[in-house]
Design a protein around this ligand. Sequence first.
Ligand code: 5RP
Length: 220
Amino acid sequence: MNAKMEAARKAVEYVEDGMVLGLGSGSTINILLEKLGDRVQEGLNIKGVSSSVKTEKLARGHGIEVTDFSQVSRLDLAIDGADEVDPNFQLLKGGGGSLLREKIVDVAADQFIVVADESKQVEQLGAFPLPVEVVPFGWEQTQARIEAFGCEAVLRDSGGKPFVTDNGLYILDCHFGKIDRPEWLHNQLKSLVGVVETGLFLDMTDLVIVGRDDGADVLD
Ligand code: 5RP
């Protein structure tokens, strides 16, 4: 947990007064929200667009003003976590189930910073099952089409029922083992009827903050 704390602490240094932020999701972001809340108490003036219902609740709880895309058209900075980060800053995300809103928020920002503990650094994406957000209707059909790309696509479960995202959609966790061509795979999956978004976040990241137990490294 300390590594996540160190990454979050470093990321807060990039937040400036007056910024409109994109707020990611996950346990590292939860720590970031706490730290941002402390700075808001000290007088920092920021607003955030949230990438999940949970983040929104937490942000408000920490005194951070939450806005949305009906009020702002561009974000100064988005900060988000990741499940895997490769040496080219390509990301695999969605372990927490918020990938679609996260991607909408993260691409709307002028700068995108990833916060991750060092366990998230990988040479190649794909050991972590790739989350793919799909329409519930006919998900079995979508599953079969995805599996034709050489993975097992497992419907995410929550207490014996399908896990439902903030968008009312399902998630298929796709066990590829390794992903040799992330861009090709993302494009192929996106072209399937029933697929709404994949957890491959490609060519988006400006900076990666890697937390360790005793500090954080900034990679750019
Ligand atoms: C949620 C995500 C998270 O950013 C990702 O799962 C990392 O989470 P954590 O900070 O808890 O390790 O993509 O959809």
